[in-house]
Design a protein around this ligand. Structure first.
Ligand code: AMP
Length: 273
């Protein structure tokens, strides 16, 4: 596996590739969720490139940028063993200039839900993803449904800026007990982890209620909130696939989204209905 830090070097390498390129952008501290994206890319593309970059512009002041988990050695090993062709690990200075045009995510979809609690977060996400797409020129790029709003905004950017990349949404990977895998799970103590399980459990309860015919979201929200009493819930909302808030669930066109704090750790999870 080749490892690149500079844009010139990775671009030179990419020019030598003869075939389709699958790209998996990450912030590192890789887990099985990331691995599922890598495996999907390997199945579908001739070459797989992974980036690891803890993007400073998507963190708000006071968030966990400085203590975001870093596992460089383990990440390299995981990528190598998974058959990744190239790993791109740029520095902040490589990616950002002091003076550059700004990308702003559409406010009506980027300043709600995650964006309401983390204003400006998605501007930073789109900024870095656009830069990475321009460096790698991937045929396909793989993103997790776990970050549903991010996925929607990236798909929207690709279609509205006419980018030459196909976005592939990938299923949420969970731990044996249902907890959605996240690099931030590393912050949780044993007891916090137990408490955090109520997030995925509440989504399961909502799913059961829907199977019995309950499609009124205010009722579903009540069931979920009741089950997350011990957590600091930031939001429980339902949206359609265009990220408009909805009060009635329609099958194949709804996502139930949750954000909650367990101690100091902020976790998100969701259910695609
Ligand atoms: P991150 O390193 O957290 O920025 O995530 C990199 C990519 O992995 C994003 O597209 C995420 O949506 C995806 N991802 C993170 N956790 C999971 C998970 N549990 N299942 C599936 N994809 C995930």
């Amino acid at each position: 596996m080749k490892i690149f830090n500079s844009i010139e070097d990775i671009k030179r390498y990419i020019k030598t590739l003869n075939g389709t390129i699958g790209f998996v952008p990450t912030m590192g501290a890789l887990h099985n969720g990331h691995l599922s994206l890598i495996n999907r890319s390997k199945e579908e593309c001739d070459f797989t490139i992974v980036s690891i970059f803890v993007n400073p512009t998507q963190f708000l002041p006071g968030e966990d940028l400085d203590k975001y988990p870093k596992k460089e050695l383990a990440d390299k090993k995981i990528c190598e063993l998974s058959g990744v062709d190239a790993l791109f690990m740029p520095t902040n200075e490589t990616i950002y200039n002091a003076i550059e045009p700004l990308i702003l995510a559409p406010s009506q979809k980027a300043y709600i839900l995650e964006g309401l609690n983390r204003p400006g977060h998605f501007d930073g996400v789109l900024r870095v993803v656009l830069k990475l797409f321009n460096i790698i020129s991937p045929t396909k790029a793989y993103f997790g449904k776990k970050d549903a709003q991010q996925l929607y905004l990236i798909q929207n950017m690709v279609s509205s800026l006419f980018l030459h990349v196909e976005i592939v949404p990938c299923e949420i990977v969970r731990d044996y007990d249902g907890l959605a895998l996240s690099s931030r799970n590393a912050y949780l103590s044993q007891s916090e982890r137990e408490e955090a399980l109520n997030i995925s459990k509440s989504l399961k309860l909502a799913s059961k209620a829907m199977m019995k015919g309950e499609l009124d979201f205010s009722k579903l929200r009540e069931i979920m909130r009741e089950n997350m009493k011990n957590l600091h819930v930031e939001y429980i909302e339902a949206v359609d696939r265009e990220f408009n808030k909805i009060e009635k669930i329609t099958l194949k066109n709804s996502i139930i989204l949750v954000a909650a704090r367990v101690g100091k750790t902020r976790l998100i999870d969701n259910l695609w209905v």
